[in-house]
Design a protein around this ligand. Sequence first.
Ligand code: PLP
Length: 410
Amino acid sequence: MIHKVENFTAKDGFGTRAVHAGQPTDPLTGSLIPPLYLTSTFALDAEDIDTLAQGRNLPPEQYMYGRTSNPTQHAFEVKMAALENCEAALSVASGMSAISLALLATLSSGDHLIVWRCIYGHAFEFIEGYLPKMGVEVAWVDELTPAALSAAARPNTKAIYLETISNPCMQIPDLQAVSDWAKPRGITTIIDNTLASPALCQPRQFGMDIIVHSATKYIGGHGDALGGVLLGDHQFVQSVRNGWYKYLGPVPSPFSCWLFNRGLKSLYARIARHCESANAIANFLHNHPAVARVNYPGLADSPDYAACQRYLSSPPAILSFSLKGGAFAANQVMKNIRLATVALSLGDADTLISHPASMSHRGVPADIRLQSGVDDGLLRLSVGLEDAADLIGDLTTVLDEVNLKDKHSA
Ligand SMILES: *Cc1c(COP(=O)(O)O)cnc(C)c1O
């Protein structure tokens, strides 16, 4: 049997690393794909028994119990670390557990956190509702410019929390400016890279310290598993694994990790297709009379066009657009569209559409919601892997109908 050891290098391209990283040949069977290890614990041999009897620790890479590590999870972690250019990764049960663990492990009572206002709703709720109870002070900023960061900073500022692409308005912060500001001050940067996926942006390249993902989205890519991953240097990731992770226990199912590994192999090819279609749809929407505004940083007139060119390898696979007919028109589109499923989540093979004002952002007070661009006519579209021509044909049918109604009521 041929035993293949890890055969990728950090210099290999993204697609190559996505296929090969985390995949040494299984020494027992030669299995090409890392096997799915559905086990809660691992047998100890005579040497291990003696090591423990002598009061010594087993080597850190040895599997002992499923709450801290499992070989199928490990394969996923190696692949993710290779793709994000990070030293280490920790797989977790959901994107939210990656976010809360990163924050809990970084912050202590008495620390101050600066947070971008445009973040994922449940991250917003956790930071606003729970961190202050634990003695962490929070400052919300609308912009991530050095001037805004300096104005928000205090002597006890410990970390900044942001996202690569905001949801649902698709703003892209100046990542390098944020890390250039934070690094000399010893402030840790934590970024949620879910909407970009590692295929479009690797925030480590721009100086970010800790990266979190919902693997539920593009990494899995098929809408069939929940999970997350947290990345950083060895020391940080080990401290999480041996700390909050061990005690809170947000362990992903090995089966989910097996699906994420499988998803990552084709991420490169999937994302290219997702993005190509999203770009075509954004341009179509931009020219449709029923549409008031399209939020897509790939459009030349987008305020985020320059940041998109600089930080993403392609404009993203997701967009939002606001209808002139407001809430009524948005409601009609959701009820009549054929190929987009009305659902939360994103990054699936299936195109998904949602109405942020009544769904993801329903808890946000109306004035704040409108100020941040989430008006009643806004729809978010996660562009799937259907043929772009079919998606555009479907949108044409529903939007032409909406446009006729707009004209009638005008
Ligand atoms: C979905 C999502 C999350 C949460 O991920 P779960 O896997 O649902 O816990 C966090 N951040 C962003 C940007 C997301 O889209």
